[in-house]
Design a protein around this ligand. Structure first.
Ligand SMILES: [Zn+2]
Length: 218
C-alpha cells in the first residue's frame, strides 16, 4: 500500500470520483487540499488516470498569475485559492460535473436538502446556484465567495456548469459530493412520483443529535 501522502490522498479521491460515476464523459474536474499556507492542486482539465506529476504545490501568498501553472489552466487557480483565503474551515475543494447535480446547475435550480444523507454531511440547506460567469473569472469567483459568506454552505452549484464542494479533508468533500449527487438523482426520480417532500424543520438538529450519540458511544 502506498504511503499516505497528500499526493496519494488527492489521487485516491480522484480515482474514487471516477469509480463512483461522479465525473462526466470528459472526466473534467479540479481538486485541491490545503496544508497551512500551501495548496496541492491538480493542474489539468481531466483527472482520469491522475499521477503525482499532474499535481502542483501552490503558495497561498503568491498571486495566481505567478503560480507554476500552464496558462491554459491558470484561470482555475483563484477559484480554489480565494476560497481557502475566505474560509478557514475549508481544507479541500472538489469541482466537477456530476450528471444529476449538473442538470440542476443548468436548470439554475438549487439541489434541495430533502435527502437524509445530505444532512449527515452537514448539507442541511439547499445547495445554492452561483450566477453564471466565465469559469475562473473574477465575477464567477466573487459569486462563489458570496455564497460561502454564509458558513452554513459547504457546496454550491455553478450555473450552467457544474458543482463545487468543500470539506475539512478531501475525503469529506468526496462524501459531500456523493450525497449531493445522490440527492440530485433521487429528487429528479421523485418527480415521476409527484415530487420530493420536505423534511421537518427539526430534521437536521435531530440527525446531528443522533450522530453525536453514536460517535460518543463508539
Ligand atoms: Zn468545470
Amino acid at each position: 500500500m502506498p504511503a499516505s501522502t497528500p499526493e496519494n490522498t488527492l489521487i485516491n479521491v480522484a480515482d474514487t470520483l471516477q469509480t463512483r460515476g461522479l465525473l462526466f464523459l470528459g472526466a473534467h474536474a479540479n481538486l485541491s487540499l490545503r496544508e497551512g499556507d500551501r495548496v496541492l492542486m491538480t493542474r489539468g482539465g481531466s483527472v482520469a488516470d491522475l499521477h503525482a506529476d499532474d499535481l502542483v504545490w501552490l503558495d497561498l501568498n503568491v498571486e495566481a498569475a505567478e503560480q507554476p501553472f500552464e496558462p491554459a489552466y491558470r484561470e482555475i487557480i483563484s477559484m480554489h485559492t480565494r476560497l481557502y483565503q475566505a474560509r478557514e474551515d475549508v481544507g479541500a475543494i472538489i469541482h466537477c460535473h456530476p450528471r444529476h447535480a449538473t442538470a440542476f446547475a443548468v436548470a439554475q435550480r438549487a439541489v434541495p436538502a430533502v435527502y437524509e444523507p445530505m444532512l449527515r454531511q452537514d448539507i442541511h440547506r439547499d445547495v445554492p446556484v452561483v450566477p453564471w460567469a466565465p469559469r475562473g473569472s473574477s465575477a464567477s469567483v466573487d459569486g462563489i465567495l458570496r455564497a460561502f459568506e454564509d458558513p452554513a454552505h459547504v457546496a454550491v452549484l455553478l450555473a450552467n456548469h457544474g458543482a463545487l464542494v468543500t470539506g475539512a479533508t478531501p475525503e469529506q468533500a468526496l462524501s459531500r459530493l456523493t450525497a449531493i449527487e445522490e440527492g440530485a438523482e433521487v429528487v429528479l426520480n421523485a418527480i415521476a412520483l409527484g415530487g420530493a417532500q420536505p423534511l421537518p424543520d427539526a430534521a437536521y438538529a435531530e440527525v446531528a443529535a443522533r450522530m453525536r450519540t453514536f460517535e460518543s458511544a463508539a
